[in-house]
Design a protein. Sequence first.
Length: 198
Amino acid sequence: MKRTAILLLAAAIAAAPAWALLPSFGVKGGINMATYTGSDAGSPDMKMGGVGGAFLTLDLIALKIQPELLFSQKGAKETISGVTLSTTQNYLEVPVLLKYSFGAIIVPSVYVGPSFGMLMSATATASGGGVSGSTDIKNYLNGTDVGLVIGAEVKTPMKLSIEARYNLGLSKVPKEVLGVQSDVKNSTISVMLGYSLL
């Protein structure tokens, strides 16, 4: 799985035009506020999780291409009759973003692009109402997750940046069972701080 993610990242870099300016590299991290959407998702609450990793920005003068390699926690939670049911899915995620930046000292950017995730682990946890325990549910979920990322970023002269993004899940999370696949998709809001090393 990790090898596939690295290959995707390398392919995005290799696809950049030869006249692209020198790339910049950095790290970022923050929080996810995740839930499920879809006709079979019900009305779950948002679940907090972590997100972080590295990014490479290729400057094409007017636009930028920014592939990333992130660890991203998704899932949702719901309380029914005093029992809180929570799912946690850990993904290795590769967004490939097209960015447009403007400004000189303080540099705002907007971006959009696809995101490709690989499921590393998944658990379901029940707590409250005299119930407690966790179960591994990875085998019941699809191993890949495709999403559409839309976001905005502000970069400061100190190479620090703050950004907010929405990852709209396009893939169904559960596997097909007896010819039926539930319409449940990931929906994630992320807020991150970044630092450019180059």
